[in-house]
Design a protein around this ligand. Structure first.
Ligand code: 4AD
Ligand code: MG
Length: 442
């Protein structure tokens, strides 16, 4: 019978039928009378092929290697009870050919990569590592996560926009700016799209974007990238409590969507079987109480001393505290001097701001957000305090001139959320081709 073009996904429906498949040799076991090939056709599940008889008496058969591209025809069969095969089926091959041969003895791939391979070799081979089961699962989950964010925000009628990546203003301080020559003038890769989101509140209402942000981070940590995917939202006519409630809603709604998504929930089970969905309300911890917590629990500063009110909470201390508490924390009301020029002060407590970091176990900070200064004079004072020339920000300042309103928003690091979700050691596993100090290839 003629072969039906099929894919591994949905193949059990073709039991008893003759099909044609194309894909890559994921695993290969050569025995005297049988070759067992696990084929990866990138449709989702893997599929086991059995090559036997004349099929393995060809020149090609001698040369067949892992990661070669092949095309086969054969009959789909249910495997016997107790036999292990993806989806409980195998394809008994009657014809096949090599489409693209991979070199023999190549152990560059995940699972076959040498255990002691140094990280830089592994990073050089990222394009091959991406063919591995873990990397594929993370990337598939990531795609679902981005979709869940869009669904969650569309449901509450936020409009998605795409702000520019090439800019001439900084958002989060000068020290992490990547600069480049823009037709003879200085320009930067954006650190955050926040300022642009604020400008369209009067026309589009609540908005969000999923855009790359860039930080010239000079440290190599588990959670810092030079380029990361930034999910940011901005909300008009809200107060600080509304912002915190909204953040809780978005995070729990995205988690719910992924738990209901059969592909995502299967990946989650596989990569993070102990995952506990966060429950509303999240713990809300005032910055000053966090300093107390650190000291009461013997979590010291990097130099070994106790924390004092006014200190920045470093990554290690933040992570220790979050791991101990072991559930999402909304750390709120940071001191003004630790935060950016645009953050709104707390009325009656002017050294502190209406700001929030969401901390997750295993990662620490995944979200940074705040209410924004809505008053013109207060914003001018903010520029001055931070030593920022206000002229290039005229378009941002104008928002306070042409009909201001109370508003706030936040930015969430997609790779950090993924590292928490999927229990990955580093954010570098959570993007396609990670960029960090010293690496911008492949
Ligand atoms: O806390 P950040 O710097 O806040 C802002 O950029 C605000 N303007 C966002 C806003 O209010 N619209 O960054 C926000 C989040 C962090 O919480 C973190 O998850 C992520 O972005 N992030 C990074 N992720 C990976 N690598 C880096 N170098 C990151 N820097 C920040
Ligand atoms: Mg931050």
């Amino acid at each position: 019978p003629a072969a039906i073009k099929a894919r591994a996904k949905g193949l059990p429906d073709f039991a008893g039928k003759r099909v044609r498949l194309q894909g890559w040799v994921h695993r290969l076991r050569k025995q005297k009378t049988n070759f067992f090939v696990v084929l990866r056709d990138a449709s989702g599940p893997l599929v086991q092929l059995v090559l036997t008889g004349d099929c393995i008496k060809t020149v090609d058969a001698l040369d067949l290697t892992v990661e070669s591209t092949i095309e086969v025809t054969g009959t789909v069969q249910k495997v016997k009870e107790g036999q292990n095969a993806p989806q409980g089926i195998e394809v008994v091959v009657d014809w096949w050919k090599i489409v693209g041969r991979a070199p023999a003895g190549d152990d560059a791939f995940e699972g076959r990569i040498q255990a002691d391979a140094d990280p830089s070799t592994r990073a050089d081979l990222r394009h091959l590592e991406l063919r591995g089961e873990t990397a594929t699962a993370v990337m598939r989950f990531r795609a679902r996560l981005l979709r869940a964010f869009r669904e969650a925000l569309d449901e509450i009628e936020f409009t998605e926009v795409t702000p520019p990546c090439m800019v001439q203003t900084s958002v989060e301080g000068g020290s992490t700016l990547f600069s480049f020559d823009y037709y003879g003038a200085p320009a930067y890769l954006t650190q955050s799209s926040q300022l642009y989101l604020e400008t369209v509140l009067p026309s589009l209402g609540n908005v969000y974007c999923i855009q790359e942000s860039f930080r010239a981070e000079k440290s190599l940590t588990r959670r810092h990238l030079s380029e990361y995917t930034h999910f940011e939202a901005e909300l008009a006519f809200i107060d600080f409590k509304d912002l915190l409630d909204h953040l809780e809603h978005v995070i729990t709604s995205v988690v719910d969507k992924l738990l209901q998504d059969p592909v995502a929930s299967e990946i989650l089970k596989q990569l993070n079987p102990g995952f506990v969905p966060p429950q509303k309300p999240f713990m809300r911890l005032d910055y000053r109480d966090a300093i107390k917590y650190l000291n009461e629990h013997g979590i010291k500063k990097e130099d070994g001393s106790d924390h004092e009110v006014g200190d920045d909470i470093a990554e290690a201390a933040e992570r220790k505290m979050t791991d101990q508490i072991n559930r999402p924390i909304m750390l709120i009301n940071f001191p003004k001097h630790l935060k950016s020029f645009y953050m709104k002060q707390i009325a009656g407590d002017e050294d502190y701001t209406e700001s929030v970091d969401v901390l997750m176990p295993n990662v620490g900070e995944v979200v940074g957000g705040s209410m924004r200064i809505s008053d013109y004079d207060e914003l001018m004072a903010g520029y001055k305090r931070e030593g920022i020339p206000h002229e290039p920000y005229y378009w941002f300042t104008d928002q306070r001139k042409y009909g201001t309103c109370e508003h706030g928003g936040y930015g969430l690091g997609v790779e950090r959320l993924l590292a928490w979700f999927l229990d990955r050691y580093t954010v570098r596993e959570c993007c396609l081709y990670p960029r960090y100090m010293g690496r911008a290839r492949p």
